[in-house]
Write a protein that binds this ligand. Sequence first.
Ligand SMILES: [Fe+2]
Ligand SMILES: [Fe+2]
Length: 167
Amino acid sequence: MAVTIIDKQYQKIVSDIIENEEFSKLKDINHHGITRYEHSIKVSYRAYKIAKFLNLDYKAAARGGLLHDFFISSNDKTHKESVRLTFTHPRIARDNAHNIFMTNIKEDDIIVSHMFPFYIKFPKYAESWIVNLTDKVIGTTEFVQKFDYKLSYAANILLLFAINHIK
Ligand SMILES: [Fe+2]
Ligand SMILES: [Fe+2]
């Protein structure tokens, strides 16, 4: 699934990130059944719209949201590695974002606190809360869709098996 956002203002705010070679690597990383690139754009654009609606800093919401999962990981992670990254990736993403895109204090907070309360870094800004909650809603939806897909796949296999064995 390709995510294309036709919103000139949004595009202008995030274009340097979208066009960055390092950030483009997220296109190859699986994330809740889609790519980490697609997940990041979904969270970023939704957070941008909410922040704009609430008259908040929509630029920080868009950029922080886009970079909240900016870390490179293998698609063949062990379970142990996945668990470890659940708790360490907010800091890794914040450091990557800060080093490459010189993110500001608010954007850094958005990124490092997006896993609260699973990762103990309390969100300091309203925009951090927006990205935190948007990520949870979108992440949970993606996870359920992935699970549904696996369930329906398993159900189809079982059905085929049953049909083949019913005489
Ligand atoms: Fe995350
Ligand atoms: Fe996320």
